[in-house]
Ligand binder design. Structure first.
Ligand SMILES: *Cc1c(COP(=O)(O)O)cnc(C)c1O
Length: 392
């Protein structure tokens, strides 16, 4: 058995600790070197032209990128993995790898906003027809298929609104119609949702979030099933995509502690979500790990954990200005985009017409929270101060 085959059977924390590491290749050092490179030299013309040397040119990979791609391929159970400059770049290369002019793609109405923007601009300009579907559609997605539907783009839970989806049911329909399933799996990460194991062909992560985990770099990853891998490899190479070795190294470093960080994010976020659900100012908490959430049954069936990101809606009588007073009063929570770092963050949710297949949520204003690794007593005290400011 090769090292990676035997590691695949081990527990998640063990796999994260050992995946993609080959100390014997680097004089015994625990971690691979950060290889800053463009040119690779060959000993002679015969070697140069034979294609027999491992590395040819750094755009096509080096020992640092290989270490991360191999580790993620093992973690995701993928045929292969490619790296992108950002999470959005990972979404765009995944879609470009399986869509051509004249094709049709079905995208969840709850997709990450910039994914929708990419579809509305670049995909449409290239002659791809785009339709949005209700994330609750399940096997009913069959009715939305056209003869030229080549891909379904999913994301669960949905960005900002946190709807779950029946991914295996959607994948079954897509595969019967010879279409690929692309999933933005940033929320759960491969640690808490085995996307490829549930029928996804192109599993995308914004590595910017939990993988890097420290709000200090940007990266995207795409893991492919056997059937999607040749297309991903070709498109990624043809586009000349490359990620600098320092950022790749930060992702490798983040990978080693991913399991312990995610567990703490999960515990902290569930505690805060339950606490918020009891508050009189809160109408609804959008977190699939809560028993009261409409997506809880699917989450429990398919996912093995939850991370630190969720949203809540204020009651109807809370105004936009009051919700801003709440946010402005927070001290531990930074007001900022992105999430997945060690620190707590908050944003006002603004959907701005970003739902076309499902009704826009009504009611009080909504806030998205990322619960960081701080002590929960301090996080609660910070939110208490926010509620006090809302009433002031
Ligand atoms: C942040 C995010 C992305 C994009 O990642 P970037 O690295 O910021 O480009 C994609 N999908 C989801 C769900 C995200 O939250």
């Amino acid at each position: 058995m090769s090292a990676s085959q035997s590691n695949r059977a081990r527990g998640l924390a063990t796999r994260l600790t050992h995946a993609g590491r080959k100390p014997e290749d680097f004089h015994g050092f625990v971690n691979p070197p950060v290889v800053h490179a463009s040119t690779v030299l060959f000993p002679d013309c015969a070697t140069m032209l034979s294609g027999g040397q491992t590395y040819h040119y750094a755009r096509r990979g080096n020992p640092t990128t290989d270490a991360l791609e191999e580790a993620l391929a093992e973690l995701e159970g993928a045929a292969g993995v490619r790296l992108a400059a950002s999470g959005l770049n990972a979404v765009s290369v995944a879609l470009l790898s399986c869509l051509s002019s004249g094709d049709h793609v079905l995208i969840t109405d709850s997709a990450y906003g910039p994914t929708r923007h990419f579809a509305e601009t670049t995909l449409k300009r290239l002659g791809v027809a785009v339709d949005y579907y209700d994330p609750a559609v399940g096997a009913g997605i069959e009715a939305l298929f056209r003869p030229n539907t080549r891909a379904v783009m999913t994301e669960a839970p949905g960005s900002l609104t946190f709807e779950m989806q029946d991914i295996p049911a959607i994948a079954e329909v897509a595969h019967a119609r010879d279409a690929l399933v692309v999933m933005d799996n940033t929320w759960a990460t491969p640690c808490f949702f085995d996307a490829i194991g549930h029928g996804v062909d192109l599993s995308v992560q914004a590595g910017t979030k939990y993988l890097i985990g420290h709000s200090d770099a940007m990266l995207g990853t795409v893991a492919a099933s056997e059937r999607a891998w040749p297309g991903l490899k070709e498109t990624h190479g043809a586009l000349g995509m490359h990620v600098g070795p320092d950022d790749v190294y930060l992702a490798l470093r983040g990978l080693r502690t991913l399991e312990v960080r995610l567990r703490r994010h999960m515990e902290n976020a569930l505690e805060i979500a339950r606490w918020l659900a009891e508050r009189p100012e809160v109408a609804r908490v959008r977190h699939p790990g809560l028993e009261s959430d409409p997506g809880h049954a699917i989450w429990k069936r398919d996912f093995t954990g939850a991370t630190g990101l969720f949203a809540f809606d204020f009651i109807d009588s809370v105004s936009e200005a009051q919700s801003h007073a709440f946010l402005d009063a927070l001290e531990l929570f930074g007001l900022g985009y992105s999430w997945g770092g060690f620190e707590s963050l908050a944003i006002p949710v603004r959907l701005k017409g970003a739902r076309t297949a499902t009704p826009m949520p009504t009611g009080g204003p909504s806030v998205r929270l990322h619960i960081g690794l701080e002590d929960t007593a301090d996080i609660r005290a910070d939110l208490e101060a926010g509620f006090a400011a809302l009433k002031a």
